[in-house]
Design a protein around this ligand. Structure first.
Ligand code: 0GY
Length: 296
């Protein structure tokens, strides 16, 4: 289902012609999970990467933002760029203040480099536990990074898969500040919403007032395929239960998607099904991301 980029030799995983969404996002809406890839000629991919994508740079991202009806982006450092955040930071600089970033950094990064990233618009660091994407980092190393970024008021974004939740729970509880879980902790959507697996995650949300989540990536979690009916109940549950601690994002350019190229217009239409009232949409797309990323 993927094409090959003639320049990078990597996979083109995004839809070439996303539909204009029927759903109109509220004024000031934020796409709070997306990435930039390269262009590799200017921002080479990391030697230690586990996948090579096609070039998908900032200009494409900003054009998509406008096409979908969003006002702002949160650009999350993707694993194919390792700990070199320059493509993401370059996109922040080019955004006229309309993008914020989440970086991946070494625990011994110097304070000046952190300060420069803060000035560019970085407001969080990402800890990736997904084994197919990164080599493992010891938890004490992540904890040192978490402590280092507290002076800047940054939050922690964690990416893991549902089977790892039980093991990670004590670590998540120790993290300082706000902790944001990518893609609802990647539940198995063939299991029931009220079953023990998903309720373990929802229960942790209830237990930890500092825990947020992105109700994103139905295109990754689905078994049924578009329009992702099987993921709606999980997203809607979290949006309704924890309306002031949820974020939404396209996940463009959809790294590693093999089954299909997600139509970002369809993903935008999906919002109306997971956040069925204007008040829930306003919290999910505007108030929550603005509080987390544009408070200063
Ligand atoms: C995502 C998902 C993926 C990849 C990355 O950093 C990354 O490379 O996040 C994935 O393959 O599941 O969150 O965009």
């Amino acid at each position: 289902m993927t094409d090959t980029d003639p320049v990078t030799g990597g996979e083109v995983t995004w839809h070439p012609n996303p539909k204009k969404p029927d759903f109109v996002p509220p004024a000031g809406a934020v796409d709070a999970h997306c990435h930039v890839f390269g262009p590799a000629g200017e921002f080479p991919f990391a030697p230690e990467r586990k996948y090579t994508p096609g070039d998908a740079g900032k200009d494409q991202l900003f054009a998509l933002r406008d096409h979908l009806g969003f006002a702002r982006n949160v650009i999350v450092q993707a694993s194919c760029h390792g700990k070199d955040n320059s493509a993401m930071v370059d996109a922040l600089h080019a955004s006229d203040g309309l993008a914020r970033g989440v970086a991946v950094v070494a625990h011994d990064i110097d304070d000046d480099a952190l300060d420069a990233m803060h000035a560019a618009g970085v407001r969080g660091v990402r800890f990736n536990f997904v084994k197919r994407l990164v080599d493992a980092t010891p938890r004490e190393v992540f904890m040192r990074t978490a402590d280092r970024v507290q002076r800047l008021g940054w939050h922690i974004v964690v990416y893991f898969e549902a089977p790892d939740l039980a093991d990670l729970k004590p670590f998540l509880k120790q993290l300082p500040g706000i902790v944001v879980v990518d893609h609802m902790g990647r539940p198995d959507v063939t299991k029931p919403v009220d079953g023990s697996d998903f309720q373990a995650f929802a229960g942790l949300m209830a237990e930890m007032p500092n825990l947020w989540t992105k109700v994103s990536c139905p295109e990754r979690l689905t078994v049924a395929g578009p329009p992702y009916d099987d993921v709606v109940p999980f997203q809607r549950y979290l949006v309704e239960q924890f309306s002031d601690r949820v974020l939404w994002g396209t996940d463009w350019p959809h790294p590693n998607m093999k089954s299909h190229k997600p139509d970002d217009g369809l993903l935008t239409d999906h919002i109306a099904r997971i956040a069925p009232t204007p008040a829930l949409q306003q919290a999910l797309l505007v108030d929550n991301p603005m509080r987390l990323y544009w408070a200063d």
